[in-house]
Every structure is written in structure tokens, then in C-alpha cells.
Ligand binder design. Structure first.
Ligand SMILES: C[S@@+](CC[C@H](N)C(=O)[O-])C[C@H]1O[C@@H](n2cnc3c(N)ncnc32)[C@H](O)[C@@H]1O
Length: 272
């Protein structure tokens, strides 16, 4: 089914493409490889709410009004995240994957949180590393294309909403309470994470990674973008390395990429 039959917009098609180009160049958020019926339907909803009738006018306001930009990201559910998202999966990683990796690779261990949003996911990796008493020089690379989320991630300050799955003992050990519903990640956790801006659809990938988490990032990617991404991840893993995906995500052609499923949502690289 083509994109047009999935959603028909009341607004101008050419201007819509213009909007995506300009969002890409101004905000470094490239939505052009995403499923357009989903992206456009959501953008149009905001346009209707504020009774815009031109994407150009909406873009002018997006540039000048940070609240409007926050709403844009929020409505596209682009940044929604939390610590220990799907806790049972993180338990699996902590019990069954990470100890083996640390034993085999020691201080060479490389972890990458790809599409890290506001930092909850890479800080979850860092907390688990700390819990497993991993050497301090093992760091988590955390990347996202959105520079605003990276700014927020570096601050490490979170509301209750992000913290629902954080067990009480972990909260006490690794967070400082700032007020009733605000918490800050402690410096020993912050110092384990290196944040960088990186576009998964355009930029180069590092090599010899032991664990890549890329969760809830590909929801808007079209088939081609997803296939390319998973191929690049497979190339980026060392043999034995593991790709951890979101709990609604599947890699259908995993075998042809040299991957095996070791547990739902965990793919291990078994051959080059
Ligand atoms: C819904 S959040 C997921 C955060 C976290 N991984 C989780 O599962 O909770 C998706 C993130 O992917 C990022 N993202 C989307 N497309 C991307 C791309 N092409 N390159 C890098 N990051 C991307 C968004 O900016 C957003 O912060």
C-alpha cells in the first residue's frame, strides 16, 4: 500500500516536503526516511489544533517558540523514554549477558545506546555496570540526532515519570532527590556516559561493539531505513556481541545478517 492511500492530508504536499527539509536542516531532525503517513498525520493534528493552514507558517513559529518545538517532539512520541524500560529485559541483560561480556572483554567492553533520547537508557546501562562493579573506565556511548535531548540528558535531571521502574534501593544509591518529584543522577553514573550527536541514517558507526541497545527508535523508519540500520548494527558488533531492541520490534531477516535470537529482543552476532 502506498503512503497516500494510508493517509490523505488536507495540506499542500510540496510544502510538506519543504517542511521536512527545513526541519532537517534547522533542527538536525531528519524525518524523511520515516513512515510518512504516521509522521504527517501527527504534524497535521498539531496544525489543526492551532488552526495553521500552511506548513511554512507553522515552521516559522516552530523556529521561534521552544514550547511549540517541545510539543512537536512530544506529539510525534519521538522522545518518550524511561529508566529500565521493560524491566525484565534489563534484568536479563544484567544477569545473562553483561557478566559474560565483562569477563571476556574486561576494560575493552564497549556499550552503545543508539537513539538515547534524554538519557534514561544509557544511564540504566551505567547503573547496571556500577551494580556489577565493572571497572570505572568502561563507558557507555550514548547518541541521538536531536541535540536538545542530548543537552537534557547531560544534565541528568528527571521527574517521577521517568522513574516508575527504578527500584527503591537503586533510587537511593544512584540518585539525589532535588525536590518532591525531581531526581538527579549522581556524578558516578554521569561519568560513565559519553553523549554525542549522531544520525543513525547518515553517520558512520563505530566497530567492535559488545552491546548495542537501539530501542523504540525505528517506529517511524520505513523498511529500507530499518534494513540498512540493522545491517549497519550487525557490522558494528564484534562477533559474540548483542543487539538489544525494543519490546515491539523484530528483525525479520536476522539470519542473513549473521545474527541469532538468544532471547526475545536480544540478537547475538554469530558470524560475519
Ligand atoms: C522514543 S525515543 C527512545 C529512547 C530510548 N531508546 C528508549 O527506548 O526509551 C527515540 C529516540 O530516537 C531518536 N532518533 C530518531 N531517529 C533517529 C536517527 N535517525 N538517528 C539517531 N536518533 C534518532 C529520537 O531523537 C529519540 O530521541
Amino acid at each position: 500500500m502506498d503512503e497516500k492511500s494510508l493517509y490523505s492530508s488536507p495540506y499542500d504536499d510540496k510544502e510538506y516536503m519543504w517542511l521536512l527539509d527545513n526541519i532537517a536542516s534547522h533542527f538536525q531532525l531528519d524525518l524523511r526516511g520515516y513512515k510518512q503517513h504516521r509522521v504527517r498525520r501527527r504534524i497535521d493534528m498539531i496544525m489543526r489544533k492551532y488552526t495553521y493552514n500552511s506548513y511554512k507558517k507553522y515552521f516559522e513559529d516552530l523556529k521561534n517558540n521552544p514550547k511549540l518545538w517541545d510539543e512537536f517532539l512530544d506529539k510525534l512520541t519521538i522522545n518518550v523514554t524511561e529508566f529500565f524500560r521493560n524491566p525484565e529485559k534489563w534484568n536479563y541483560l544484567k544477569k545473562n549477558i553483561l557478566p559474560k561480556v565483562l569477563k571476556e572483554r574486561g576494560t575493552k567492553t564497549k556499550i552503545w545506546s543508539a537513539g538515547c533520547s534524554t538519557g534514561e537508557e544509557p544511564y540504566t546501562h551505567a547503573i547496571i555496570l556500577e551494580e556489577l562493579k565493572a571497572p570505572k573506565n568502561i563507558k557507555v556511548l550514548a547518541t541521538d540526532l536531536d541535540r536538545f535531548v542530548i543537552q537534557k540528558a547531560k544534565k541528568g535531571i528527571y521527574s517521577d515519570r521517568s522513574m516508575v521502574n527504578v527500584p527503591e534501593d537503586i533510587r537511593k544509591k544512584y540518585f539525589k532527590k532535588l525536590d518532591n518529584n525531581t531526581y538527579e543522577v549522581l556524578p558516578l553514573i554521569k561519568s560513565r556516559v559519553i553523549f554525542k550527536q549522531h544520525n543513525l541514517l547518515m553517520d558512520k558507526f563505530e566497530k567492535d561493539i559488545d552491546i548495542i541497545s537501539c530501542r523504540n527508535v525505528v517506529i517511524y523508519f520505513d523498511m529500507d531505513a530499518k534494513n540498512k540500520l540493522y545491517k549497519n548494527f550487525a557490522n558494528s558488533l564484534r562477533k559474540g556481541g548483542v543487539l538489544f531492541v525494543g519490546s515491539t520490534e523484530r528483525i525479520f531477516n536476522y539470519k542473513s545478517l549473521g545474527l541469532e535470537v538468544i532471547e526475545p529482543f536480544f540478537y547475538q552476532k554469530v558470524s560475519d
